[in-house]
Design a protein around this ligand. Structure first.
Ligand code: URA
Length: 427
């Protein structure tokens, strides 16, 4: 499609019209040409942001994006479960839910991404482990999942190449937050990843994409409907991101926390509430809720989840015993409470940015450890957090992220909603 026709589509959307399946296919195909002029596509996306997209339009765009590349098809594993988080701060969920799902008997071929803005990325976290490889050929990916139960790999550039081009364009043009574009971007990658059941963890709050629970719910419903339209089962957890989810924020810091939680040596109730919801949604396709809850409790208490994490790390090149030896950098600074009172809020964006900064400066075993979370009573001068590997600027940033007041604030629940949907394919 040449420039003039793309302009016609853009004008139609600008004026409140709809684009059909063939139109979206042309938009995606035109964007992938080596000499593509992306200006009309940027304008079209801005029109989508202001005008919205119908379910049919979002589905058509998702299909065109899936068709822009390969789709993984497994021969040795059946009924694979994948999960996807819309991204947040201290979101250690994948490092726990993936091995726990494997310990419950599921195959988990998990495709992950890297850090974006203030949010963390699972691949960056795992690559803090010496030797760990996240780039796997599809055959090796499947072999590890068949043997260990789970693998976590980078999305190959052969899957949904359109997303790379279109996401970069959205990032440059202020059009990332259009709900239809977000849903198409996420679902196209998960569908191309080949899993039969996909669990989405949609974050609501200042540290995530959807600021309000209502926006998160709208996105959640769109993810469910789109995924089911591809004949895959889908589950959704809407969880809180108004404060960091995990008490450890960083790359290696989060790997160490996951290891210690799976070993029963640490506690992080908010994080584990989300992990539980995600695992139960992942098991939902093949288990009753009671059986799923029993399987989860057993996988955690028996140490089988930790064994699966270790086996996966070793199968992906991590040095034997590397997981046990990880520890934070020695240099640390305590962040003191500015007054007596209650922790009323912890700014997730400020904590996320500070953790990324100290990791960049002092390596993967630097980061932020939150000793007090929202609701905790504190005394002036008492440590509320520790910054590993930081300087006085990062110490001040963490202090500024803490809002301490005389009265406790109402704490948000860790999980707002759990939904599942499985309808016949319309493909
Ligand atoms: N995550 C994605 O993969 N795509 C988006 O558009 C937003 C979040």
């Amino acid at each position: 499609m040449h420039e003039a026709s793309l302009r016609v589509l853009t004008e139609r959307k600008r004026d409140g019209g709809e684009l059909n399946e063939a139109d979206w296919k042309s938009v995606v195909e035109s964007s992938l040409r080596p000499d593509a002029d992306l200006a009309p596509v940027a304008a079209l996306f801005m029109a989508c942001y202001f005008r919205g997209m119908t379910t049919e339009e979002t589905l058509a765009l998702t299909r065109a994006m899936v068709d822009s590349g390969e789709t993984l098809r497994f021969s040795r594993i059946q009924n694979g479960v994948d999960k996807h988080s819309t991204g947040g701060v201290g979101d250690t969920t994948t490092l726990l839910a993936v091995p726990l799902l494997a310990a419950c008997g599921e195959y988990v071929p998990k495709l992950s991404g890297r850090a974006l803005a203030h949010t963390g990325g699972t691949l960056d976290k795992l690559e803090s482990i010496p030797g760990f490889r996240s780039t796997l050929e599809p055959s090796e990916f499947e072999r590890i999942v068949a043997k260990v139960g789970c693998a976590i790999a980078a999305q190959s550039s052969k899957l949904v190449p359109a997303d790379k081009v279109l996401y970069a364009l959205r990032d440059r043009t202020g059009t990332v937050p259009a709900p239809g574009l977000i849903a198409a971007s996420i679902v196209s990658k998960k569908v191309a990843g080949g899993a039969s059941r996909i669990v989405y963890d949609v974050k609501a709050g200042a540290g995530g994409f959807a600021r309000s629970v209502d926006d998160a719910r709208t996105l959640a419903l769109s993810l469910l409907t789109l995924t089911a339209a591809f004949g895959r089962q889908a589950g959704v957890v809407v969880s809180d991101m108004s404060q960091p989810l995990s008490p450890a924020v960083g790359t290696g810091m989060e790997v160490m926390l996951a290891r210690d939680l799976l070993a029963g040596r640490s506690a992080a109730p908010r994080l584990m509430r989300v992990v539980r919801a995600v695992v139960l949604e992942g098991l939902g396709g093949r288990h009753s809720p009671e059986d799923a809850a029993r399987a989860y409790d057993r996988a955690l208490a028996s140490g089988e989840g930790l064994e699966r994490l270790r086996a996966m790390v070793e199968a992906q090149g991590g040095e034997g015993g590397a997981l046990s030896r990880l520890q934070p950098v020695a240099a640390s600074r305590r962040v003191a409470a500015s007054r007596d009172g209650f922790v009323r809020a912890i700014d997730p964006v400020l904590i996320g940015r500070t953790a990324r900064h100290v990791v960049n400066e002092a390596g993967p075993f630097a980061g932020v450890r939150l000793l007090k979370i929202v609701g905790a009573e504190v005394e002036s001068g008492e440590p509320v957090a520790v910054v590993y590997g930081g300087d006085d600027v990062s110490e001040r940033a963490v202090a500024a992220a803490y809002e301490i007041g005389a009265e406790p604030s109402a704490d948000a629940p860790a999980v707002y909603e759990e939904l599942a949907l499985s309808i016949e394919s319309t493909k």
